[in-house]
Ligand binder design. Sequence first.
Ligand code: GAF
Length: 381
Amino acid sequence: MSDVVATAQAAFQDAYGSEPAGLWAAPGRVNLIGEHTDYNDGFVLPFALPQRTVAAAAPATGGQWSVCSTLVPEPVTFGITEPGEVTGWGAYVAGVVWALHDAGFDVPPARIAIASDVPLGSGLSSSAALESAVLTALADLGGLDLPVEKRPALAQRAENLYVGAPTGILDQSASIRCQRGRALFLDCRTYQVEQIPFDLAAEGLAILVINSNAPHQHVDGEYGARRKSCEAAAAALGVAALRDVGVDELPAALERLDDDVMRKRTRHIVTENQRVLDTVTLLRSGRTREIGPLLTASHTSMRDDFEITVAQVDVAVQAALAAGAYGARMTGGGFGGCVLALVDADRAEATAAAVAEAYAEHSFTAPTSWVAVAGPGATRL
Ligand code: GAF
């Protein structure tokens, strides 16, 4: 049994004095490419991390839910609530209960204990992993008729309307729908997916994930501002979402926008959607090394047009490229978080060392790096 599974089970026993009825796990993710495209009805290409959040759970009586975690061992208990009633980390769990109830499901009362090895606040979707683990546990415990393709939108509703974070559907989709050894090509408008084979080790390649360990600053406000700017640009262009602007139409669209910030945001989204499509085309034909320049172009676009990078992630990308990476980019919402670099497998360690050296030269907090292999999505263990 992995550490995090045993830890969740022990946390359940400590909090509730009995054995859980079962254990459910949902992973964090890295997004290979397609950043901030999700709430523009566009395309994303995440894969699931081996790091995951585990919910140990059992049915409860009395129409109430209790949840505790290794970080907060004292259980938080609530009934069916409205957004705002449960705050703090319990809101993610109360939000899932609320979203299921609001969608008409008979949500089974439960006691839940959480353990996780998804790094918190690092842009690896620790929130979505928590929502997805709880949703999967409750759906199973209650025998809910809830097909997997409908689950991400419910977890997203919990995050948007209960927790109050205006995120898209990328993270919950990745945590719930990803498969081992695959990257998830998701159309965020139709929710159609294609599981793209993504076995880098077989090709002598690796994705090195570098956690910049940079403190997240202004994340919520800046994220919301980017979203508003994209929506305003779509409205000004008379389209439902920026997804509806193709790269061929971009020059004409940019001419019609009279605001420079809106033009930059639009250029990022439109070109990023095309980069996802181009990446998928290359992966489908086994030309994995060739996606490198697309990854790096994505980073440049996030840095210069979407303006969501910080010095630590820019330095990590530059250092990884200088060390020979095929491509590198920040992954996730931005303003800190992680960088991923596509490298020859036997260069992963040297690339991590080169980034650490560059950080030392800049007097940044040391980064944390590891090779990420595409793991499974949410499941009962
Ligand atoms: C965060 C959000 F939660 C996602 O919905 C997505 O917008 C991502 O930032 C950027 O691609 O992870």
